[in-house]
Design a protein around this ligand. Structure first.
Ligand SMILES: [Fe+2]
Length: 378
């Protein structure tokens, strides 16, 4: 019953602005584990700062790097084993959405004395009564919103299926948003992760679960992304622009966490599962087509597009295509097919129809409509 209520569950503390990494200097604990992805963050000056601040807190520090790609049951179980051996009281996740998702679920299992992820049987089944650790997340992209999300999406090892887990106990204790970590982010990653955040904002606004509280976060997030994204990929050294995108992504993440998303995400999950298409890229490929179909189902679909300055879905599509071209990210998913003759439309459509995000889309899509979107965006 509790989970059917419109509730706002958020981190205890969100630290903003350039220089906010210094928050790490004031942590209290004994053993910290830093969890990183395979990105270049480890070679940056910011990572040196992280280590310096932690040593100023007199914390023992261990570092583990996760494999690249989507988070899987395997990567979670390996991280969990490491937690059981090292027994940290502070867990620090630094990276994009995949790293943060892996850390969130491994921490929850660790605190519940579980040894394998398969023990999570249904959403909201895991709650923490006693916290053993402090979870701190530092996103290094500007889009996933994982740092404020009660959702974790994992890929099953054997199959290509993506499984969504929901627990408010995934929410971290502290989020640090320092825009300086975005300065070295390549243009294609800035664009694709910001498009993911824009999709969170647009889809949550017209979601079946949308409420006025989440609408305000969605509107301001979509507005800021539309007005700053082109500048962010053209003038990459502008820290204030990066900061605006980072905060917009946080706001979009809050909106998404309250109201969920829609069909674009359901399709992006399927494209990511079967073809390993990065999540933000996949959302960008299908978003305009999904919006086109949704317009007839809810006035809110056009309402938010108008709010951010578009008079039609076509105008939005032109703007988005321009961003994709300028940042060199694909706007068709067929490019990711290894075997061009293989027909995977039905397999993709089946995954889409089973995805939890399709349920909150303003329009109920038929299988034929899902297949058409896939055909048109191939
Ligand atoms: Fe997303």
């Amino acid at each position: 019953m509790l989970n059917l209520l419109s509730r706002i569950i958020s981190p205890n503390e969100i630290v903003l602005k350039k220089g906010s990494l210094i928050r790490l200097k004031y942590l209290e604990g004994k053993k910290t584990i830093i969890v990183l992805g395979q990105s270049s963050f480890e070679a940056t000056e910011n990572f040196q700062k992280v280590k310096t601040f932690l040593s100023a807190s007199k914390l023992e520090v261990d570092i583990i790097k996760l494999p690249s790609g989507d988070p899987t049951f395997d990567s979670v179980n390996k991280l969990l084993n490491h937690f059981h051996v090292y027994n940290p009281d502070i867990i620090l996740g630094i990276g994009g959405g995949s790293v943060l998702d892996t850390v969130k679920i491994a921490r929850l299992l660790f605190e519940n004395n579980e040894n394998i992820i398969q023990n999570i049987s249904q959403n909201f089944s895991f709650k923490n009564s006693i916290r053993k650790t402090q979870l701190i997340l530092i996103p290094t992209t500007c889009g996933s919103g994982s740092e404020v999300s009660s959702v974790v999406v994992l890929k099953e090892n054997e199959s290509s299926k993506k499984i969504t887990f929901v627990s408010h106990s995934f929410i971290p204790d502290i989020v640090i948003l320092d825009p300086s970590v975005l300065i070295s982010l390549p243009i294609n990653l800035i664009a694709s992760t910001a498009i993911d955040a824009l999709t969170h904002a647009l889809e949550s606004y017209s979601s079946k679960l949308s409420i006025p509280f989440s609408e305000s976060f969605a509107k301001i997030a979509a507005f800021e992304i539309k007005n700053n994204l082109e500048n962010a990929i053209t003038n990459t050294d502008q820290i204030l622009v990066k900061e605006k995108l980072q905060i917009a992504a946080l706001n979009a993440g809050i909106a998404q966490n309250i109201s969920s998303v829609g069909a674009s995400h359901a399709i992006a999950h399927a494209l990511g599962a079967l073809l390993n298409i990065p999540h933000g890229v996949a959302n960008g490929i299908v978003l305009s087509k999904v919006i086109q179909l949704n317009v007839s189902a809810s006035p809110k679909v056009m309402e938010i597009l108008n709010f951010i300055g578009f008079n039609s879905v076509f105008e939005f599509e032109v703007w988005l295509t321009n961003i994709q071209l300028k940042s060199d990210i694909p706007n068709k998913w067929g490019l990711y097919l290894k075997d061009q003759n293989k027909n995977i439309i039905n397999e993709l459509a089946m995954l889409v129809s089973e995805d939890v995000c399709i349920k909150t889309n303003p329009k109920r899509f038929s299988m034929e409509e899902i297949q058409n979107i896939l055909l048109e965006t191939k």
